[in-house]
Write a protein that binds this ligand. Structure first.
Ligand code: DO4
Ligand code: MG
Length: 283
C-alpha cells in the first residue's frame, strides 16, 4: 500500500491511498488522523482499510504534498563506495575522514531538514546562491514511527553543495541544510509492499532544457550498511516523538565537472516507490 498527502481542488488536504493513476482520499474521523498518526499504528494497512474512503480521483487532479508531518529528516553519509570516492576527491583535507567513516562501525549521521525545508513532488529544490558546485543525491529514505519502527519507504533528494562541503568538513551543515534543501516524496510505500532490499534499484536523471544532462543508477545492494544498523545508531540516546525519516546515503554522484543549474529538473526513481521529480531554482 502507498500513502500520499494531497491537496484537493477545494484546497482541503487529505491522506490518500495511491493506485496506478489515481488516489483515493481517506475520510479521517474529525480530522484526527494525520499520516503520522496512521504510521504509529501497529498495523497501518488494517487501519487504513478500516477507514471510510471517498471516491477515487485521477492523480492529475490533486497536488501531491510532501508526505511528512512533524518528523525530523536525518541523513546518513558515505554509505556507498561511490560516495566515499567522490568525497575523498572533493576534499584533500578531509579525505581520511571519509575513508575512515565508510569502514567504521559508527556511521555518519546528520540532521538534514526540518519539515518546512522539505519540497514534495513537483515543488522546487534550491541550490544555494553562495555555492558554485551543486548536485542532487538520490537516496532511499526510511520512514520510522516514534518507536523507530521501520514502517515505510520514500524517495529522498539530499541536495548538496560540494564546493562548501569540500572546502572544510566543518561546513557540512551549510552544504546540506538550507531552505528547500530536501526533496521527499512522492508518497510513502508501506514496508510490507516494498521489494526485497537486493532488488531495489535507484535511478537518477537530470534534465536540462528537456534533454538528459546526467543519468546514473545504483542498487540498494551496493549499500555498505543495513537499515537496522543505521536506525540503531540514530536511536542511541535520541528520541523522536513525531517519528523520523532517514535518507540512507547516495550511491550515484555525477562526475566532478557536473553542477546543477537553475531550470534543471531532477527525477529520482526507486523500485517499489515511484518517481520524485523536482525543478531546480537558485538564490
Ligand atoms: O559526508 C558528507 C555527506 C555524504 C552524503 O550525504 C552521502 O553519502 O549521501
Ligand atoms: Mg547524501
Amino acid at each position: 500500500m502507498k500513502l500520499a498527502k494531497i491537496r484537493l481542488k477545494t484546497g482541503e488536504t487529505a491522506v490518500a491511498i495511491v493506485d496506478v493513476g489515481s488516489v483515493t482520499p481517506l475520510e479521517l474521523p474529525d480530522g484526527t488522523h494525520t499520516l503520522c498518526q496512521i504510521l504509529e499504528s501497529d498495523d497501518a494497512v488494517a487501519l487504513v482499510n478500516s477507514l471510510p474512503q471517498a471516491n477515487a480521483l485521477p492523480i492529475s487532479e490533486v497536488e501531491l504534498l510532501p508526505p511528512i508531518d512533524q518528523q525530523e529528516v536525518w541523513a546518513a553519509g558515505v554509505t556507498y563506495r561511490r560516495s566515499r570516492t567522490a568525497r575523498m576527491e572533493e576534499s584533500e583535507a578531509a579525505a581520511s575522514c571519509y575513508d575512515r567513516v565508510y569502514a567504521s562501525p559508527r556511521p555518519e549521521l546528520f540532521l538534514k531538514a526540518t519539515p518546512h525545508r522539505v519540497s514534495g513532488n513537483g515543488q522546487p529544490l534550491r541550490i544555494r546562491a553562495d555555492a558554485t558546485w551543486n548536485v542532487p543525491e538520490p537516496e532511499l529514505t526510511l520512514v520510522m514511527n516514534s518507536q523507530l519502527n521501520l514502517v515505510g519507504f520514500t524517495i529522498g533528494n539530499d541536495m548538496s553543495s560540494r564546493d562548501i562541503e569540500g572546502d572544510n568538513p566543518l561546513y557540512l551543515p551549510q552544504a546540506k541544510v538550507y531552505d528547500q534543501c530536501a526533496g521527499i516524496g512522492p508518497w510513502i510505500t508501506l514496508a510490507s509492499a516494498m521489494p526485497p532490499r537486493e532488488e531495489i534499484g535507484i535511478y537518477l536523471t537530470i534534465r536540462r532544457a528537456g534533454q538528459p544532462a546526467f543519468e546514473g543508477e545504483t542498487g540498494v545492494d551496493q549499500m555498505a550498511r543495513t537499515f537496522e544498523d543505521l536506525i540503531g545508531w540514530l536511536g542511541r540516546d535520541n528520541s523522536f516523538p513525531n517519528g523520523a525519516m532517514l535518507m540512507t546515503g547516495t550511491g550515484v554522484v555525477p562526475d566532478n565537472d557536473f553542477t546543477l543549474q537553475a531550470g534543471d529538473v531532477v527525477d529520482i526513481r526507486i523500485d517499489g516507490i515511484g518517481t520524485l521529480s523536482n525543478p531546480v531554482v537558485q538564490g
